[in-house]
Design a protein around this ligand. Structure first.
Ligand code: MG
Length: 335
């Protein structure tokens, strides 16, 4: 197996994507192409700045990993075995490229190789980032077909923003504070969040504040979702009592093998499972969609937030993002 190509993927967002910890208009992802037996498998890394990753560190990790991968037929655990510590996005990219190759070689989508039924994919939520409350009605109008909206909070106008959203739509609302609140903030917010009918609250407190999370979970009428607090399966047991749902992302955990393990571990601990994403093209989104039939909540809108997705494959049908039925990831360059 050889590293066929590494290509920068500059992804431009439709709107400035503002979270509690900063804003961006574009993302610097990386496309990896692995070649074996005349076939090319695609993978995408969406480096996470919070974990000190960038496109350069991802490229260096992938370049170091590929020569050590061995027989492409033995893809299970292969990316993990040669992973560079701290470079989970690179690991995820290699893992999905290997599985794309396997699917293309065997002529089946990855979900089929896993025995999963794509009809079981839950609807995806659609994200609205932090912005002025006055623009919320127009943001809501851009997302008519989605069953639920995920509103980013942790900014100066949380209550005004969410109230403006609530007045504009009957859609279900989830919120994500991206570690932007303190325990006192969060305790003060719970009541009005519940009044506005919020379904889930994601990562209200900094990941390091697990004691605060436990205290919040004791009184919260709304289920709490761990995102920044969870990376891989081994992080899950200590979240019991602090969160009700874990948000699994390929870029945090290093690929589909680990994501499958996390789903089992979360369920064994009585936790529900969300499948999330970073800002990604349809390559990485398609990888996550392969296992989406196994989860409770889907938040795989990364490619839908782009001005232009360089790849195509998944289709949005009645608020559900469905994986393509083509082999492997089922994605190709958009013409
Ligand atoms: Mg989140």
């Amino acid at each position: 197996m050889t590293l066929h190509r590494l290509t920068p993927l500059d992804l431009h967002l439709r709107h400035t994507f503002r979270l509690s910890r900063g804003a961006s208009d574009q993302r610097h992802n990386l496309l990896v192409e692995l070649e074996a037996g005349g076939l090319v498998g695609l993978g995408e890394a969406a480096p996470i700045p919070r974990y000190a990753q960038d496109r350069e560190s991802s490229a260096a990790a992938i370049t170091a990993m590929v020569p050590r991968l061995g027989d492409p037929r033995h893809f299970a655990g292969a990316a993990r075995r040669v992973a560079v510590p701290g470079q989970a996005a690179a690991e995820a990219a290699v893992d999905m490229a290997l599985r794309d190759l396997a699917g293309k070689r065997l002529g089946a989508p990855i979900y089929e190789l896993l025995g999963l039924d794509p009809e079981q994919v839950p609807p995806t939520s659609f994200t609205i980032a932090i912005d002025d409350p006055e623009v919320m009605p127009s943001r809501v109008r851009e997302a008519p077909g989605f069953e639920s909206l995920k509103i980013k909070l942790g900014g100066p106008d949380d209550r005004a923003m969410l109230t403006a959203v609530r007045r504009s739509t009957e859609q279900r609302l989830r919120v994500d504070a991206n570690e932007g609140w303190t325990l006192d903030n969060a305790l003060g917010h719970l009541e009005w969040l519940a009044e506005l009918g919020v379904e889930l609250v994601e990562q209200p407190l900094p990941a390091a504040d697990l004691d605060g999370a436990r205290e919040l979970a004791r009184v919260s009428p709304i289920p709490l979702v761990a995102d920044e607090s969870v990376g891989r399966a081994e992080d899950i047991p200590r979240l019991v009592g602090a969160f009700h749902v874990v948000n699994i992302k390929l870029m945090k955990c290093g690929g589909l093998g680990e994501a499958l393990r996390m789903i089992e571990v979360a369920r064994a601990h009585g936790l529900k499972v969300m499948l999330g994403c970073m800002i990604e093209s349809s390559v990485a989104i398609s990888a996550a969609l392969q296992i989406a039939p196994l989860v409770d909540y889907v938040d795989l809108d990364g490619s839908l937030l782009l001005r232009e997705d360089p790849f195509e494959g998944p289709r949005l049908v009645d608020g559900r993002l469905m994986p393509s039925n083509r082999p492997g990831l089922g994605v190709s360059r958009r013409r």
